[in-house]
Write a protein that binds this ligand. Structure first.
Ligand SMILES: N[C@@H](CCC(=O)N[C@@H](CS)C(=O)NCC(=O)O)C(=O)O
Length: 216
């Protein structure tokens, strides 16, 4: 029994949804936590994930799993086929590094709690908040683009197999779209994202394909 706490717009949940799809797993239960209504801060969800952030996942009787990269690596260790990390240590370090540019260096700067702090505490208006989010996306995209120019890159971020780096890259692209950052100038990024979008496991997991998402 897999229970996923999720919301259509959550980029971190998108990452976990792709991993679940790639592993052929479907959550038995998806519990919506509406980030636009602040439901992540309700006591009931805080008891699930004290960080008050999505996603969280329960796999059978195990304790609640939290943090998208930790969840994805857990899924990869418990369901090794298909593998989402390379076999060699250097390859794994590169893939984790690329993934962390997205999940640790960029994404935390644009999440609701940060945008709400900018709005309510620092009184920063909507256009400036959007520019903040766009700026951090572009910074990360520029770094990723340089990395992806290396010869270790293949059809995907690392060789020709999907890895955690591709999952994170796809979430970076979805975030860029939400915050008006154009990925087209980043040609390696754009090519790999396009390749990922053609894979059903990615396409089905996309935020804009989830219940509650606006029709675009
Ligand atoms: N580092 C965490 C990020 C979790 C996170 O911040 N998730 C966002 C949605 S993508 C969230 O729930 N934010 C709630 C908030 O900021 O109030 C992960 O990768 O799982």
């Amino acid at each position: 029994m897999i229970r996923l706490f999720s919301f259509w717009r959550s980029l971190a949940t998108y990452r976990v949804r792709v991993a679940l799809n790639l592993k052929g797993l479907t959550p038995d239960d998806e519990i919506e936590v509406n980030l636009m209504k602040g439901a992540q801060r309700a006591a009931a969800y805080r008891a699930v994930n004290p960080m008050m952030a999505l996603p969280a996942l329960i796999d059978g009787e195990a304790p609640v799993l939290f943090e998208s990269l930790a969840i994805i690596e857990y899924l990869d260790e418990t369901r090794p086929d298909p593998p989402l990390l390379p076999k060699d240590a250097r390859g794994r370090a590169r893939v984790r590094g690329l993934a962390q540019i997205v999940a640790c260096d960029c994404h935390p700067l644009i999440v609701p709690r940060v945008r709400e702090y900018l709005e309510h505490e620092l009184k920063i208006d909507e256009p400036a908040r959007m520019e903040w989010c766009r700026h951090w996306h572009v910074q990360a995209l520029a770094a990723l683009e340089l990395h992806l120019g290396s010869q270790e890159t293949g059809r995907f971020c690392h060789g020709d197999q999907v890895t955690i780096a591709d999952i994170c890259l796809a979430s970076q692209a979805a975030g860029a779209r939400l915050f008006g950052a154009d990925i087209a100038p980043f040609v390696n990024v754009a090519r790999i994202v396009e390749t990922c979008h053609r894979i059903d496991a990615f396409a089905r997991a996309h935020p804009l394909r989830q219940p509650g998402a606006p029709a675009t």
